[in-house]
Design a protein around this ligand. Structure first.
Ligand SMILES: NC(=O)c1ccc[n+]([C@@H]2O[C@H](COP(=O)([O-])OP(=O)(O)OC[C@H]3O[C@@H](n4cnc5c(N)ncnc54)[C@H](OP(=O)(O)O)[C@@H]3O)[C@@H](O)[C@H]2O)c1
Length: 292
């Protein structure tokens, strides 16, 4: 099949290329699409050099799948246009809660894919939700989850290229005892934590927190009660979460551990001794969700 990546020069687009390579995902033609400022820029992938093409005159009939990772504004306008000619898999928040669009985490609810033809669009969940539901799914199947309280420690990679650059520049300035300016973040991110991701909503939760709540319900079970606190931390790559779960059925830590050890996409590393747990630096670049 032929494949297009819209947002190929961004963080997610470049990761998609890495994943395509690691999984040895077979394709015939590959089209890399980005904003006008990147047209003509070269990207070498699997020993072949590709020129970035623009979005507005790309003919999506040339591909069987188009991955979109260019943000929700681009997705809102362009995904429906592309979906008239191909299947769109969108990474942005725009279509996730659309009742006609399946919101899929493959290890958890791939059966939802059967409805993709409603709009020819498949949505991909928020990064914090994905790793959370991977761990929750087998626990819910076995012990029925009643309530979840989750606090996140989210890396700057989730916000995009510009934010990663800002963490690097601010960190150098702080160490050089220079004045720090925040351009993409609302506060200094270097050597700090920011309890604010995405916009504030009327009920004073942030939209990132709201996304974790509504997406978990849509993917797993609307009866699960969930509260989230989302915090940006000065880590380049790798989101962490502290998860407190209340069950309907009787459980103990051994049963939980056994269940999580079999969870698809997860790996338990947890010996309760010095260094016997995983940290974001070690998890980066890996497909696993680690549980410690
Ligand atoms: N589902 C998940 O797990 C997950 C995780 C992280 C992020 N995301 C989402 O994925 C999206 C991309 O995030 P990111 O971190 O990759 O952002 P990023 O690093 O800022 O990259 C944005 C990409 O979009 C392209 N773009 C911007 N305007 C465009 C336009 N008018 N036409 C075509 N392409 C355009 C950019 O091209 P240029 O280089 O030419 O500007 C770049 O390739 C966001 O919606 C983000 O919320 C999802």
């Amino acid at each position: 099949m032929n494949v297009a990546i819209v947002g190929a020069t961004g963080n997610v687009g470049r990761k998609l290329l890495e994943v395509i390579e690691k999984l040895n995902f077979k394709f015939s033609e590959l089209y890399l699409i980005a904003s006008d400022k990147s047209i003509g820029k070269k990207i070498t992938f699997k020993k072949k050099t590709y020129s970035i093409v623009g979005l507005s005159d790309f003919d999506f009939a040339k591909v069987q799948i188009a991955f979109f990772s260019a943000g929700s504004v681009i997705a809102e306008k362009w995904a429906p246009i592309a979906a008239k000619k191909t299947i769109v898999i969108d990474n942005s928040k725009h279509f996730r809660m659309d009742k006609d669009v399946p919101l899929v985490v493959p290890e958890v609810n791939s059966d939802a894919l059967k409805n993709y033809k409603n709009k020819n669009i498949i949505a991909n969940a928020n990064c914090s939700t994905i790793q959370l539901v991977l761990a929750l799914k087998p626990l819910h199947d076995q012990f029925r989850i009643k309530r979840v309280i989750v606090s996140t420690y989210q890396s700057v990679s989730g916000a995009g290229n510009a934010h990663m650059n800002e963490l690097e520049e601010q960190s150098k300035k702080v160490l050089d005892k220079q004045k720090v300016n925040s351009i993409n973040f609302t506060k200094q991110i270097a050597f700090n934590v920011i309890p604010h991701i995405d916009t504030f909503m009327e009920d004073r939760y942030t939209k990132e927190e709201w996304k974790m709540i509504v997406e978990t319900k849509k993917i797993l079970d609307p009866n699960i009660s969930l509260s989230a606190t989302c915090v940006r931390v000065p880590v380049f790559v790798g989101h962490s979460e502290s998860v407190n779960i209340e069950f309907n059925l009787e459980v103990d830590s051994q049963k939980i551990r056994k269940c999580l050890e079999k969870a698809p996409g997860c790996k338990v590393i947890d010996e309760a001794k010095d260094g016997s747990y995983i940290t974001p630096v070690e998890a980066s670049g890996d497909f696993m969700t680690y549980i410690s």
